[in-house]
Every structure is written in structure tokens, then in C-alpha cells.
Design a protein around this ligand. Structure first.
Ligand code: FAD
Length: 380
């Protein structure tokens, strides 16, 4: 196995593997992924798997729409069934102010060509009689939103990259980056030193630490998010239900289980993969009120992962202005799975051609962050 690569990617989650796959697809096969645990062991393998295009900025709508195009082609391009389902996303608003914002968002989304409906509580009740619409102000629905299995998506990208020539080192920690004359020269790992010209920080919750390895200040903080899965019911709930004002998201897996989670304002920054009974109690109380059919279901498993938050809750993607050859794709703030296909493509294009082709991601580099001050940690 080579000890020299053009590109060394730190992190074997959906972002690192999507970048590796796209680099290989563009002809750059001198690529290695270093993953300190196993593939998808970070936030990716712990996430809800939701894929949404309903955003409040044009740039995000565009990026998410490109991702959906690539998810639609995933099976054909990569040859793996990732349980991708376009069952839609139902966004539920419980506040007048948020409902007004939703109406503005829908206008903007439609301008980008997204087919989104605005639905009154009465219509929600009629279409989905199994939802308690008490206190609901407004809902929006986009049929082409959906969900997929994050483990399968990560392994699919990794396998395709490997087939094209990439090497994947699992259980291999990167603990240092060699920089000479402000230029990347290689990475120090638990399996020795690997020479390279380019390093990609795709380390998710550990992005700040991997920034420090090159003396860079990556302005991210990680916050625990808990999530659980129930016993199965016969499959009938194809969409993701989500509410920012109600602080929850929920979907039914194709095998029947309900997967759901919420944010917690009291979480402190740092890596914490434990779980609490408080979360189970709060979630169960809230969710059985809104979705009464959940009442007699038991919780089967409960786990947690980190949201790697940026100051404005938008991803931080680009090339360092200070260190030649240092790229970053971090701070996904709870949305990295859905954006990964488009981000993988854009970062690979940036590395290969010096600019992204399909989607302009220049607004996502660190330049904007001097404006954003406080970490918005409670994005669902
Ligand atoms: P990760 O998957 O965390 O991968 C980073 C990897 O880097 C890790 O595996 C880690 O072990 C490795 N690593 C770190 N440091 C080193 C090192 N020094 N050396 C080697 N390896 C290293 N997003 C959505 O789009 N939809 C959702 O429905 C959704 N739901 C979520 C629910 C929960 C509970 C959580 C926690 C997150 C959710 N997210 C969701 C967010 C999503 O999971 C993340 O944004 C996405 O998975 C980030 O992918 P990543 O590859 O950047 O990070």
C-alpha cells in the first residue's frame, strides 16, 4: 500500500466518502481516507437520514436540489440500494411568525423550481387524520424530499471510491499534519506518515481539532443530539414530519420503526455520546400527543451523535487562504447527510478544477464568518 497520495481525507463519514468518490470519478484516484473508528461511526451513522430541499435561502435550496438529483441517480451511478424514498417532508409550524416565514420560504423555493405546497391545518387533518393538528398554524409539503439509509449511502460511496483506486484506512487516527512554507506536505497517522499535497478536513464533530493540526481556527462547536427508534408498525408513514417551533422530527423506516429526535437548548459544547432518560420522557410525551398512534409502541433503541455547528448554522466549505492544500467541509449543523452528494461533487470539483462547477459554494467558505457571532445550536 502506498505511503504517498495526492489527497488525504480525514474522516470516513458521508462527507469524506462522497468527496473521495467524486475525486475518483473525476480521474483523481490517488486518494486515501483515514477514519479513526469505522466508516459511518460518527454523526452519519447516528443521523435521521432526512433529505430536505425546503430551505430559506436560494443557495441552500439550490445545493439541496442538486443533492436530490444525485440521490435520485445514486443506485444507477453507484450500484447500491440505499433505501432512498421520496415520500416528502411535512414541515409543521406552531407559531404565527414562523408560518409567515414559511410562506416567504415557499415563494423563494418555487422561484428555484421546487414544487412545494402550503397546507392549512384543516387540510393536514383531512390528508393525515392520524396527526393531531391542535395548535398547528400552517404546514408545507414537498413530495420530492425524502430519506435514505445513511450507513448504506456511506458504504456505497466508499466501495465505489475503492473500486476506482482509493485506499481506505479504518481504525487509523490522524494526529498531525505536516506543513512546510505554509503548504501541506503530509499526515501523521497511527499507521505512520503519509506524504500528500492536499488534506481535506471532513472530521465532523472533530473538525476544530483537525483545524488545530494546521494551526487553523475552524469556528465550529459540537453539540449532542439524541434520537431513538420504536418498535415497528406496518409501513404507512412515507414522509418526514418536522417542526422547528415544535422541536422534533420523525420518520418511519421502511422496516416499520419510527425514528425521532429533538434538539436541547441546555446541551454544552463537546463530544458526548451518552443518552438521558429525560430525553425519552420528553420525546415520548410530546410525540404521542401529536402522533397518537405511537402511544402503545415501546422504544427499541436510543443513541446520540453530534451536530457540528457553525456560527450561522450553515456548512463551512472551501480551501484555506493561509495553508496551501488544506481544504475543509465541516460545520454541517445537522444537515450534512442531505447535502453530502452535492458537497462531495463541489469539493471534488474545487480540488480538481480550482472551482466548483455544478453549484457555486464560494459563499460557504470562512470569509462570511466574521459577520456571524453566536453559535446557533438549536437547529433541529
Ligand atoms: P461524521 O459522520 O461525523 O464523520 C466524521 C468522521 O471523522 C468520524 O467518523 C470520525 O471518527 C472521523 N474522525 C474525526 N477525527 C479524526 C481523526 N483525527 N482521524 C481520523 N478520523 C477522524 N443530517 C441530515 O442531513 N438529515 C438528518 O435527518 C440528520 N439527522 C441527524 C440526527 C442526529 C441525531 C445527528 C447527530 C445528526 C443528524 N444529521 C442529519 C447531521 C448529519 O448526521 C451530519 O451533518 C453528517 O453526518 C456529517 O457527516 P460528516 O461526514 O461530516 O461527519
Amino acid at each position: 500500500m502506498s505511503k504517498k497520495y495526492k489527497v488525504c481525507i480525514i474522516g470516513g463519514g458521508i462527507i469524506g466518502t462522497a468527496i473521495a468518490y467524486n475525486l475518483c470519478r473525476l480521474g483523481e484516484t490517488s486518494v486515501a481516507i483515514f477514519e479513526k473508528r469505522y466508516l459511518s461511526s460518527g454523526a452519519t451513522g447516528r443521523c435521521g437520514g432526512g433529505i430536505r430541499q425546503q430551505w430559506s435561502t436560494k443557495a441552500n435550496v439550490k445545493l439541496a436540489m442538486r443533492s436530490v438529483k444525485l440521490f435520485e441517480r445514486y443506485k444507477e451511478d453507484i450500484g447500491m440500494d440505499i433505501e432512498y424514498t421520496q415520500g416528502g417532508y411535512l414541515l409543521l409550524s406552531y407559531s404565527e411568525e414562523e408560518a409567515e416565514q414559511f410562506e416567504k420560504n415557499v415563494k423563494l423555493q418555487r422561484e428555484e423550481g421546487l414544487n412545494v405546497e402550503i397546507i392549512s391545518p384543516k387540510t393536514v387533518k383531512k390528508k393525515y387524520p392520524f396527526i393531531n393538528t391542535e395548535k398547528l398554524v400552517l404546514a408545507t409539503f414537498c413530495q420530492t424530499d425524502g430519506h435514505a439509509n445513511p450507513h448504506k449511502a456511506t458504504f456505497g460511496y466508499a466501495k465505489a471510491a475503492k473500486t476506482m483506486g482509493a485506499d481506505i484506512f479504518t481504525h487509523t487516527e490522524v494526529f498531525g499534519i505536516d506543513i512546510v512554507n505554509k503548504t501541506v506536505k503530509g499526515v501523521h497517522t497511527s499507521k505512520g506518515f503519509f506524504e500528500c499535497e492536499i488534506v481535506v478536513n471532513a472530521a465532523g464533530a472533530w473538525s476544530k481539532d483537525v483545524g488545530k493540526m494546521a494551526n487553523l481556527n475552524i469556528p465550529t462547536e459540537s453539540y449532542r443530539h439524541q434520537i431513538f427508534v420504536t418498535e415497528p408498525l406496518e409501513y404507512f408513514f412515507p414522509f418526514m414530519a418536522i417542526s422547528f417551533s415544535g422541536n422534533f422530527y420523525m420518520r418511519q423506516a421502511l422496516h416499520g420503526q419510527f425514528i425521532m429526535g429533538q434538539g436541547d437548548k441546555d446541551e454544552k459544547p463537546g463530544i458526548n455520546e451518552n443518552v438521558t432518560f429525560k430525553f425519552e420522557k420528553e420525546m415520548a410525551r410530546k410525540m404521542t400527543r401529536i402522533f397518537p398512534f405511537l402511544k402503545n409502541l415501546r422504544i427499541l433503541r436510543h443513541w446520540s451523535g453530534e451536530y457540528n455547528m457553525s456560527p450561522d448554522a450553515q456548512p463551512i466549505i472551501g480551501e484555506s487562504k493561509d495553508i496551501k492544500g488544506y481544504y475543509y467541509a465541516v460545520g454541517f449543523s445537522g444537515h450534512g447527510f442531505m447535502l453530502a452528494p452535492a458537497v462531495g461533487e463541489a469539493v471534488a470539483e474545487l480540488i480538481t478544477f480550482g472551482k466548483s462547477i455544478h453549484n457555486d459554494i464560494s459563499h460557504l467558505n470562512t470569509d462570511r464568518l466574521s459577520k456571524a457571532t453566536e453559535i446557533e445550536k438549536n437547529v433541529v
